[in-house]
Structure formats: C-alpha cells, structure tokens
Design a binder for this molecule. Structure first.
Ligand code: ADP
Ligand code: XUL
Length: 510
C-alpha cells in the first residue's frame, strides 16, 4: 500500500481523499459540511454574513474543528498508519491572524488549544468585496493597474489578501500590532498538521497582491504599500513540493498516523485542481463549476492580462497557471433554482426544453457583487426576458455564464480546443452542453468532482518522492471514458453572434 492523504478546505466543506499510488485508486473519500456539522458558528454555506453584503467572513475555529471531524472519518475508513504523506488545498485569498501558535498537546482538543490564539476572531474570505479603497491605495503605490499586474500577476482585487490585510491594519491597528502570524487558509491548515507555522506556496501566494510573480518571493514594495512591518508577520514562500516537516505528534497520538508521515505545504484550491485535472503540461484549459466558476489553464511562461481581469498564479507543477474567477457561479444557478422552486432535474429539463440562443433573451446574473466583470453593486438585469418564464430564466443564467467566460478569457490568446470540467455542477450534462456550444469545442468530465482534494493527494505523493508528474497522474486524472460532450455546430453559430449582443449589454450595465 502507498497511501497519500489530500484535504480540501473549501468555502462550504472540508473534504478528504486517500489515494493508493500502488493500485492507482481513490480508496477513501469523506467530507464535513461546515454549516451542517457546526451550526453553533452561525454560518450560511460556510460563511458569516453581515448587513453589508460586501463583508463576508468565516470563523477559523470552525475549520479547526472540521479538521478533527474529517480525520476521525479518515481513521475509521483507512489504515492511517500507512499514510506516507499529507497535503491539502484551501479556498484562496482568505486570511487567518494569530497572536501565537500553540505547542499542540494530544490530551486536549485542537479547538481548545487554538481558541485563544487569534488576534482576529473571523477571517475575511474570497467572497468579501469590501476593500475597494485599499485596492486603490495599493495599486497607486505600485504605479497603477499595469504595473501592479506585471509585478504581482494580478491587478488589485477586493478579495486578495494584501488589500484585506491593509483594511485590518487601518481599521484595527491594535489587533494588527498584536498579530504575530498571518496565514492563508491553506498555510493555516498546513500549520495545524505540522504543529508549527509553515510557508505559503507560490500558487496561493500569488493570490495576495504581495508576491513578485517572476521571482516567487515577497515583493518588497507591495509589502510596504500594504501594512507596516508586514514582512515579519508572513511566513516564507515555499515551493509547493516543500516537506514542511513530519506530521505533528498530536496526530500520531490521536489518530494513529505514522511518526514519519510527511506534512507537505498546502496550496490554493484552484492550483490544486490544476494537478487534480492532470494539467501538468502547458496549454490545457479547465473550468471548475463550484461555488464560484473558475476558468484556468497551465502556462509555460508568465503572461499577464492587459485588461487586469485575469490572474497569473504559480502552478504546483512548476511553471504558471492562469485563473479567471466568476463569483456568481453555482450561487447564481442556485438563486434561479430557488426563485422558481425547481430541483436540478427541473433545471436541466428547462435547459432541454428551451432552444440554443433562448430567442435572444439575455441575463446579467449578478446576484452577488461580481469579480469578472468587476461589478460592485449586485443586480440581475434582463433583456428580452420575461421574469415569469422559469425555463427561459434557467437557460439565460447558464448562457450568460458561459458567454461571460468565453469573452473574458480571450486575452489568454488561443481559444481552447478541449475543456476539462470539474466542480459540483459538472454533474449536469445540460449545463455542459451549453458550455460546449458556446466555446465550440468538446468538454470532458471526470469521475471525481473533487479535483482539489485529488490534486492535494497527488501533490503529497509527488513531494514525498513517489514519482514524476506524468507517471503519478496516470490512472487518476483520465477523463471518464465516453463522457465527451460535443458542440452542436448550428448552436455554436448562434452563440458566435449572441456573444456580441451579450458584450454590448454587459458594457451598458456595469
Ligand atoms: P465548492 O467546492 O466551491 O464548495 P462544489 O464544487 O462542491 O463547490 O459545488 C457545489 C455546488 O454544485 C452546489 O452548491 C450546487 O449548486 C452544485 N450542484 C450540485 N449538483 C448539481 C447539478 N446536478 N446541477 C447543477 N449544479 C449542481
Ligand atoms: C479564486 C477564488 C475562488 C476561491 C474559491 O481566485 O477566489 O475560486 O478559491 O474557493
């Protein structure tokens, strides 16, 4: 047996996946849904909301509790002593602020040991869009949009960690001064497993507006533009394959891990999915239909988006990856589903019953402030679309999302010739047909919709020396045989024109 554990701490849940590289099989999967398992934290879909829709936080102590809960399931499901290495991925950009990091003691729970350690009780997460002022200040200090994008791989974005840290520094200077360690969700969880603060990898580090994208080191001017003394509070940037140490004795004693089990640096969920989808060579494109929709690809050289909408992150496979994040992904599809009282079956039926192009109906589904295009005031806009027509609204939301993804990814250069798709909504064939038609290329599905956890398990194996990427991914990241969804050419022709109308509507309303 050659077991490796991958964890994914996402917005709504913490998932675990154990793979066996000897038999090339996923041998165990488990998941803990934050809001269901820990209602006492008062989260909705894993998030804390306030009266201001721009402010979205989550309690880090809930993630700590979830780690114990998911490891209990792993312990019941596999022989934990056989796990050779563990790694993970986290929702990107979210940050955790600690006054101190405790020496872990197996006779007490993680929760009780961490409870007094936070200098900020709640963590701003990627859905927060309350830092426009700080974005502008940092962008100006770095010489404007283009200079910021070239320096850090992205323009400043409200959810990125640098602007979030600056807001905390400005609004709660005493708590900021008390903060000894600032972690990302990924590096915080990795620190728990290792029993000490560990580094941030260039995949997740690039989502902070603080990392020099070429050198993959902290960017001195960006640190200075963000907050006083920031360099001393951040851990080092560490390559994604870094062995942070052996797993902390806490987990050996409490769950039965082998004392020699390696604890590997974590990355962001999107960089992790790049591995979990097998995008280890440049030029491959994938779309994840999760809480948000993200479009990403692997890239040999670092090329940034001149429009400042897309991002460049480090890829755990070595080079770079691009990423464009559309916040109103499943969030928007679910809003329509709920508005018309449908289930996913009814939603899919509506897509079947309505024609490609939807008789020219258009929707801009900005239920939440949108990241791409940049729209801070939420609003749902309709054109040639009757709000009382449930089926047409189902088609309109999906067409809008696919057309927006096509339009805002054109800067990447070449149109994709094949798309790999993952995330919860990739189970929906009707949605994938619209994707194939709008992009006019085949779409391939995967067995596991949890590519981030799979990527984490594969990264654990890679960092522990189990093999080269091309060998390791074999048998794990092959698309489901016969799952290919082909574009219908008459539909593709309709969307070629409709994308232009969509662009005009989008520009008029943003
Ligand atoms: P994340 O990892 O971002 O938390 P997931 O990738 O697990 O999210 O996706 C979860 C989402 O998938 C759910 O919120 C739901 O909207 C969506 N989903 C699940 N099943 C279907 C389906 N059959 N059709 C469309 N969407 C679905
Ligand atoms: C990426 C982003 C989201 C989160 C979701 O930039 O903000 O995809 O990573 O977990």
């Amino acid at each position: 047996m050659s077991l490796y554990l991958g964890l994914d701490s996402s917005t709504q849940s913490l998932s675990a996946m154990v793979i066996d590289t000897a038999t090339r099989a996923i041998v165990f999967e488990a998941s803990v849904n934050f809001s269901e398992a820990f209602p006492e934290y008062g989260t909705q879909s894993g998030t804390l909301r306030s009266d201001d829709p721009a402010v979205v936080h989550a309690p880090p102590l809930m993630w700590v509790e979830a780690l114990e809960a998911v490891l209990l399931q792993v312990k019941d499901g596999v022989d934990v002593s056989q796990i050779k290495a563990v790694s993970g991925s986290g929702q990107q950009h979210g940050s955790v602020y600690l006054k101190s990091f405790p020496e872990l003691d197996a006779s007490q729970s993680l929760k009780s040991q961490l409870a007094g350690c936070f200098s900020r009780e709640t963590s701003p997460i990627w859905m927060d869009s309350s830092t426009s002022k700080q974005c502008e200040e940092i962008r100006e200090a770095l010489g404007g949009m283009q200079a910021t994008t070239e320096a850090t791989g992205s323009n400043t974005f409200e959810r990125f960690t640098g602007p979030q840290i600056r807001k905390f520094y400005q609004e709660e200077p005493e708590a900021y001064a008390e903060t000894k360690h600032i972690a990302l969700v990924s590096s915080f969880m990795a620190s728990l497993l290792t029993g000490k603060p560990v580094g941030i990898d260039p995949g997740d580090g690039a989502g902070m507006n603080l990392m020099d994208i070429q050198a993959k080191q902290w960017h001195a001017s960006a640190l200075e533009a963000t907050a006083e003394d920031l360099g001393s509070k951040l851990p080092p940037l560490s390559p994604s394959h870094t062995v942070a140490g052996n797993i902390a004795s806490y987990f050996v004693e409490k769950y039965g891990f082998d004392p020699g089990c390696k604890s590997i640096v974590w990355t962001g969920d999107n960089p992790s999915s790049v591995i979990g989808l097998g995008l280890v060579a440049p030029g491959m494109t994938a779309i994840s239909l999760g809480t948000s929709d993200t479009l990403f690809g692997s890239m040999g050289k670092c090329a940034t988006d001149p429009n400042g909408e897309g991002h460049v992150f480090g890829s755990p496979a070595g080079d770079y990856m691009t990423l464009i994040c559309f916040k109103n992904g499943s969030l928007a599809r679910e809003a329509i589903l709920n508005q018309y009282g449908l289930g996913w079956e009814g939603f899919s039926k509506s897509l079947d019953e309505t024609p490609a192009g939807n008789h020219g109906a258009l929707m801009l589904p900005w239920f939440e402030p949108e990241i791409v295009p940049h729209v801070l005031t939420p609003g749902v806009h309709r054109q040639n679309l009757d709000e009382s027509d449930a089926a047409a609204n189902c088609r309109a939301v999906v067409e809008a999302q696919m057309m927006s993804m096509k339009l805002h990814s054109e800067w990447m250069g070449e149109a994709p010739t094949k798309i790999f798709v993952t995330g919860g909504a990739s189970a929906n064939e009707q949605i994938l047909q619209v994707m194939a038609d709008v992009f006019d290329c085949p779409v391939h599905r995967f067995e596991s919709t949890n590519s981030a956890a799979l990527g984490a398990a594969l990264r654990a194996a890679h960092a522990a020396g189990a093999g080269e990427w091309s060998d390791l991914i074999h048998g794990f990241t092959d698309p489901v045989a016969g799952s290919e969804i082909l574009p219908k050419h008459e539909h593709a022709a309709i969307y070629r024109d409709k994308v232009k109308a969509y662009q005009v509507f989008e520009q008029a309303m943003r």
